[in-house]
Design a binder for this molecule. Structure first.
Ligand code: GLC
Length: 560
């Protein structure tokens, strides 16, 4: 296999781990997680085998949107540490073979950012045009509220400026004017700064809103994607390995544009919201159909590009791409109480409680995530099966402190839990039942299962680098797909139903080079199945069973 490619396009064969410094580990005992705490747990992260850390915003902030409201893009929030500690985190991560990417949130600033304060107070300020103003309240046009009912429209009147300003998110997050070359220069300075401190790229927040110029009076008539190409070219000039991982919650055909032209000259990775939502519908229906359909709807992506796959993230589990009745099916199955739902489109829950703690089903879901075309992204705590705390506000329900041990404060902090960023869950998913220390000692724990899965995923580059397609089979609850790369093939099977089954697939397609197939090696349980008749291969799956099978062709050896 081409080792050259796997190390070259590192973002395609990695596993990303997203965490919020504030809720990960408190190193100084003040009740808030910090960079010193994170530095201490880099060995833990390297140990589970993830390859890339994505740090959620850690910049100075009034914290009205969990740090996505920034007052200084070139600094660290004093509660979390300082730039020196940031460098220590990155250096330690590199030493342990991990890369670090960080959130780039430049669609907007906080209203408390000095740029906005100067812009609103002084019409002659050089920052006035850094935001999007209007004398009269404009029509919303094509734009809609991102947090329906929570942000008071898209335009808010500022008494000092005596004008309206645009905000695609909360009213305390005024949009920056991306059409202004000075703003673009400043963004380049910001990304240049962090790359110089060692980061390997950015998770770019709200990309479609960032590049859009709607609502900007006098914006030049240019293709908004030109800006994304400029940004990509800039980061690549400064640092060849740097990547852009974009939040683009659009339909696949529209997402394709954000990878750029044929050569892929915009985002390297784009979150796959469509496949993610289809998995929940498939689980609710116990029918693989929705995932098959979603996978078939994906356009081919350029050579350097890839999907980023995920089951949960720090926001509500958005189900906005499903039809109303489909969304209702998922609500009924996984979040029937109104308090579990948010913005009329999503669930503020983590996966294990949604599945009533059914570990077989949970493992099936993650096995699927790791075998789908794309780079899997985990949200901290998923590896131990943490649950949400509905007593926390809105999206905060899934942003509770990492559960390290059964000590008071979950081993997250020695301070009084009253002062924690969010309250720790109690009961079935609380730290007495779910924590790292206990799971490390238990070879059968979810944590150890994840370690094995991640290791296998990294050893199976067909999944991240190959080309993937759905394979027909005769059981509606089963998804079969294959990934072909560099003369190698992996076939994955996932059973969405609680009943065991026998499933039949065909492996005789000449165009796939299957004629020489002699056996299937099970990469997860070590099993070995000889193929007698490639036109009819029958395999067994347990309830919510899953298998990753490497096709062995004549002359090919088994994997260790
Ligand atoms: C993105 C983030 C979300 C944040 C919003 C505004 O959607 O994922 O958490 O609230 O942008 O920055």
């Amino acid at each position: 296999m081409s080792i050259r490619t796997t190390s070259d396009q590192w973002w395609k064969n990695g596993v990303v781990y997203c965490l919020d410094v504030e809720t990960f580990l408190d190193g100084d005992g003040d009740g808030v997680g910090d960079l010193a705490g994170l530095a201490d747990r880099i060995d833990y992260l390297a140990g589970i085998g993830v390859t890339t850390l994505w740090l959620m915003p850690f910049y100075p902030t009034p914290d009205r949107d969990d740090g996505y409201d920034i007052t200084d893009f070139l600094n660290v929030d004093g509660r979390l540490g300082d730039l020196g500690q940031f460098v220590e985190v990155v250096r330690t991560a590199h030493d342990r073979g991990l890369r670090v990417i960080i959130d780039l949130v430049v669609n907007h600033t906080s209203t408390e950012h000095p740029w906005f304060q100067s812009a609103r107070s002084d019409p002659a300020s050089r920052h006035r045009d850094w935001y999007v103003w209007s004398e009269d309240k404009p029509d919303d046009g094509e734009m809609t509220e991102t947090f329906p009912g929570e942000q008071g429209g898209l335009w808010t009147y500022d008494r000092k400026a005596k004008q309206y300003y645009l905000h695609r998110f909360y009213a305390h997050q005024p949009d920056l004017n991306i059409a202004n070359p000075a703003v673009r220069d400043e963004i380049a300075r910001i990304v240049g700064f962090w790359m110089q401190l060692g980061v390997s790229g950015f998770r770019v927040d709200a990309v479609p809103f960032l590049i859009e110029t709607e609502g900007i009076t006098g914006a030049p008539e240019v293709d908004p994607h030109r800006y994304l190409k400029e940004l990509r070219a800039f980061i690549s000039r400064r640092k060849g390995e740097a990547i852009l991982l974009g939040e683009v919650n659009l339909a696949p055909e529209e997402q394709r544009a954000f990878f750029g032209d044929e050569d892929g000259d915009e985002l390297h990775l784009v979150f796959n919201f469509t496949v993610m939502q289809s998995i929940y519908l498939a689980m609710a229906r116990q029918d693989a159909g929705p995932v098959e359909e979603a996978m078939r709807s994906l356009p081919p992506v350029p050579f350097d590009s890839q999907w980023a796959t995920f089951l949960r993230n720090h926001d509500e589990l958005t189900l906005d791409k499903l039809a109303d009745d489909e969304r209702q099916e998922v609500f009924d199955a996984f979040g029937p109480e109104p308090d579990m739902q948010l913005f009329g489109r999503g669930l503020r829950r983590r996966l294990p409680p949604m599945l009533d703690g059914d570990v077989d089903r949970l493992k099936m879901a993650y096995s699927l995530l790791f075998s789908l075309p794309g780079t899997p992204v985990l949200f901290y705590g998923e590896e131990i099966g943490m649950g949400e705390n509905l007593a926390a506000d809105e999206r905060e329900a899934v942003r509770t402190p990492m559960q390290w041990s059964d000590e008071p404060g979950a081993g997250f902090s020695t301070a009084d839990p009253e002062g924690f960023p969010n309250p720790i869950p109690e009961g079935e998913y609380g730290p007495l039942a779910v924590n790292v220390v206990d799971q490390r000692r238990d070879p059968e724990s979810l944590l150890n299962w994840f370690e094995r899965l991640i290791r296998r995923r990294r050893e199976t580059p067909e999944l991240g680098l190959g080309c993937s397609k759905v394979v027909d089979n005769d059981v509606p609850a089963v998804l079969a797909h294959r990934c072909d790369w560099d003369g190698a093939t992996v076939i994955a099977l996932h059973n969405f139903a609680p009943e065991p089954c026998r499933v039949r697939i065909r492996l005789d397609a000449e165009e796939d080079g299957d004629a020489d197939a002699v056996a299937l090696q099970d990469l997860l349980d070590g099993g070995y199945h000889e193929i007698d008749d490639p036109s009819e291969v029958t395999l067994e799956l347990d309830r919510y069973g899953y298998r990753w099978l490497r096709l062995l062709r004549r002359g090919q050896r088994r994997m260790p």
